[in-house]
Ligand binder design. Structure first.
Ligand SMILES: *Cc1c(COP(=O)(O)O)cnc(C)c1O
Length: 206
């Protein structure tokens, strides 16, 4: 991995013993996609693990994740952001979040559309979330063998990132992350400017 790219080891299908082995080998950032699994695993593992929440977050599960996750990669709607901000306020913490953008050609993927996200940003919405640190964008490419399609989708994500950064976060050093790339497509993601890759099966299943 190039030095500017961080690795989140996606441990969502792994038991705590396996996570402990990866920790012993030096890995500190792990990704979980279910709130209950995060809540159950985290107390059994070293406290200096950086937990990344990467799955769709239902609003009734927000309490399990806020304050425990170092970064929530999947802030995917206006309503969710409002409620994350409220919960962080109740817990008196600042929750770091990434905005999930839908760039894949798949109906089931969550996230803001690029146009929807830019329109929301233009309303000043992101300046009204004092208990959230908006740290960048996350996205997933279509699950396909067409590498040019994957590349186009990551380029779209990078373009939205750059637009938001320049227009709404120009002096905000915290807005700096582009979370893109999984086992199948991380090499393309890194070439297109990813700062965080989220890799599960390529690490844990061999
Ligand atoms: C499962 C998952 C990953 C890791 O996928 P692999 O193909 O196992 O590397 C990355 N990001 C998200 C959002 C996931 O749900």
């Amino acid at each position: 991995m190039p030095p500017h790219t961080a690795l989140v080891a996606v441990s969502k299908t792994q038991p705590v013993e396996v996570i402990r082995e990866a920790y012993a080998a030096g890995q500190r950032a792990f990704g979980e996609s279910r709130p209950q699994a995060l809540r159950d695993k985290a107390p059994k593992l070293p406290a200096d693990i950086e937990w990344h929440f990467i799955g769709h977050l239902q609003r009734n599960k927000i309490k399990l994740v806020v304050g425990l996750a170092h970064t929530i990669h999947s802030a995917d709607s206006e309503k969710l952001l409002v409620e994350l901000n409220e919960e962080a306020g109740r817990q008196q913490c600042i929750q770091r979040c990434l905005l999930q953008v839908r760039v894949a050609q798949e109906e089931t993927k969550y996230g803001f559309t690029p146009a929807g996200l830019c329109a929301l940003a233009a309303t000043g919405f992101f300046a009204q979330l004092p208990c959230l640190q908006i740290a960048g964008l996350m996205g997933m490419a279509t699950l396909t063998n067409d590498t040019e399609q994957i590349r186009r989708e990551f380029r779209t994500l990078k373009k939205v990132y750059t637009e938001l950064k320049q227009t709404y976060f120009p002096t905000d050093a915290a807005f700096c992350e582009l979370s893109m790339g999984m086992s199948n497509d991380y090499a393309i993601a890194v070439a297109e400017g990813s700062t965080i890759v989220r890799i599960g099966s390529a690490i844990f299943e061999n």
